[in-house]
Design a protein around this ligand. Structure first.
Ligand code: ZN
Ligand code: ZN
Length: 420
């Protein structure tokens, strides 16, 4: 057992929402600093004044300073989603105004909406591989974006595969076919410019190759090793800060070579073989193979972090609960004693060159979609594309409908005519 492990501390912050999270540091001084700042208040003690600063992130209430990167874990769980954790998705927001999504696993767009970001700021998605727990909510972002007035195409970057049918382009073509009824019925109702998807399929074999470079942001891809050829990891670089995101991978030389010393290193730390055996009742050989060979088990994750020494290591891809968290931590600490956060949904990282702050977001369950930044230019029609058969089934309620229009116009000072 290493000395660093003995001095490891666990800071469990129980937030107003009753969510418990664990943050870990090998440095006791960091803990006392954290505790001191959490009890800081402005001015004299008072039973009626607001207490600031808070150790909670309230979406939509904080400016991002020009040199700051904010990363929000929007999906951190396992392939089967649950109320507490959606599937893989990390939002990266930069002080220059750019926003990026890395993976968009199912369930994650619900979390994204809780961030109160207008949908027309969200048009860039980077997919690490084509398992549904890494891109299954792309449809929700695509169509939801059109409905919330994203008036330009959704841009998607994803890897090629061993054959064209295993690549991102093929998957998106299939998605378009799946959503044909939806897309056709939106025509004429919504601004159709947002219905386009721009697919940038890049070579999965590219090693540290630039796949995106705009506005001072460079994103590179490196190959990942996960279930078949055609999985990748990403490294985003901006303003002297580096964010690395593994998606899913077995430990590999490309990650170890190219993510050394990054600021935020988000790498899968899959549920340990023991957890898969005890909690999910997997067969022993399946539990071992899944955690150790298809993914990166917590001990392997620790080893990868020890070899790359990021400013903060972030593990994800396990059900993060009161009983699993200590087990995962115990495994990771066998091989790594550096700065560590084990992610759960709504964990927020504010990264600058001097500091990395980790908090949980407080979520408004009754959030409404945030209004788009541009005015909506189209109004829905009233369904005149029906066949005579369907039309023949309409119960017109003409008097009532006329009354609804009259009342609405009177109340709002408008003059919306009754459709013909
Ligand atoms: Zn996967
Ligand atoms: Zn996965």
């Amino acid at each position: 057992m290493k000395t660093g492990f003995l001095t490891s501390v666990v800071l469990v912050a129980t937030l107003s929402l009753g969510i418990a999270i664990g943050l870990y540091s090998r440095d006791d001084a960091l803990l006392s600093d954290a505790l001191a700042s959490s009890h800081e208040s402005s001015g004299e003690p008072s039973p009626v004044k607001a207490v600031t600063p808070r150790d909670v992130y309230y979406p939509g209430t904080e400016d991002l300073n020009p040199n700051e990167m904010r990363v929000v874990a929007l999906g951190t769980g396992m392939p089967t989603i649950r109320p507490k954790q959606a599937a893989a998705c990390f939002l990266v927001e930069l002080g220059n105004g750019d926003k990026f999504l890395f993976d968009i696993g199912y369930g994650s767009v619900e979390r994204l909406s809780a961030m109160k970001i207008p949908m027309d700021y969200l048009d860039k998605v980077f997919i690490g591989h084509l398992h549904m727990d890494h891109f299954g909510d792309l449809d929700a972002l695509w169509i939801g974006g059109v409905k919330m007035n994203r008036t330009f195409p959704l841009r998607v970057w994803g890897p090629s595969g061993a054959t064209p049918e295993m690549g991102t382009k093929y998957a998106i073509d299939g998605l378009k076919r799946m959503l044909n009824w939806d897309a056709v019925t939106l025509k004429g109702l919504l601004d159709s410019r947002g219905e386009k998807i721009e697919v940038h399929e890049f070579d999965y074999k590219g090693v540290n190759e630039v796949i995106y470079q705009e506005n001072g942001v460079t994103i590179r891809s490196i190959p990942a090793i996960h279930t078949a050829d055609g999985a990748v990891s990403f490294i985003l670089e901006w303003n002297g800060l580096k964010f690395a995101y593994s998606s899913d991978t077995f430990p590999n030389k490309w990650w170890i070579e190219h993510t050394k010393g990054v600021d935020l290193s988000v790498h899968e730390s899959f549920a340990s073989p023991q957890i898969l055996l005890d909690k999910q009742k997997y067969r022993p050989e399946f539990a071992l193979a899944l955690s150790v060979f298809k993914h990166t088990s917590p001990q392997q994750f620790g080893k990868v972090m020890a070899m790359t020494e990021p400013r903060l290591a972030v593990g994800y891809h396990f059900y993060n609960d009161h009983d699993t968290l200590p087990l995962m931590l115990e495994e990771i600490r066998k091989t790594y004693d550096g700065p560590l956060a084990l992610a759960t949904d709504y964990m927020v990282f504010n990264v600058t060159r001097d500091d990395i702050k980790v908090r949980m977001a407080a979520i408004d369950e009754e959030i409404w979609p945030t209004n788009p930044t541009r005015p909506k230019e189209t109004a829905p029609g009233v369904g005149d594309t029906f066949s005579d058969f369907t039309k023949s089934g309409k119960e017109p309620m003409s008097d009532l409908v006329e009354q609804i229009y009259r009342d609405f116009n009177e109340k709002n000072g408008t003059n919306v005519p009754l459709p013909k």
